[in-house]
Design a protein. Structure first.
Length: 96
């Protein structure tokens, strides 16, 4: 388990390599708030990016490839982990 400082380090490194600012879905309010690396921090804050989804370029990002993420649109749908949990819950609802 990572310490708080280690987690902060991971977020900073991912922010450095993040491609979000070049994405059509990204918005100026996120830039102003310093928000990116949504794969790790979750949905954009203060409802900055909601229901926009004009395309997601995460799959071209080195972080995405390094970590082996599978989901996309982290800024509107939440982190990889959050989306995976939702997928499991949806599947469970279909099965039971
Ligand atoms: S995977 Fe997407 S959200 Fe995560 S750092 Fe790369 S471009 Fe940003
Ligand atoms: S998470 Fe994906 S859709 Fe959202 S701004 Fe980053 S690259 Fe674009």
């Amino acid at each position: 388990m990572l310490s708080t400082a280690e987690r902060a380090g991971v977020i900073l490194t991912r922010k450095e390599h993040c491609h979000c600012p070049s994405c059509p879905t990204y918005r100026e309010c996120a830039e102003r708030a310093g928000d990116r690396a949504f794969c790790t921090i979750g949905e954009s804050r203060d409802d900055c990016i909601i229901d926009e989804e004009k395309g997601c370029i995460c799959t071209r990002c080195p972080v995405y490839l390094d970590v082996g993420f599978q989901k996309t649109f982290f800024c509107t749908r939440g982190t990889e982990q959050q989306q995976r949990i939702l997928s499991v819950l949806e599947m469970r609802d279909m099965v039971y």
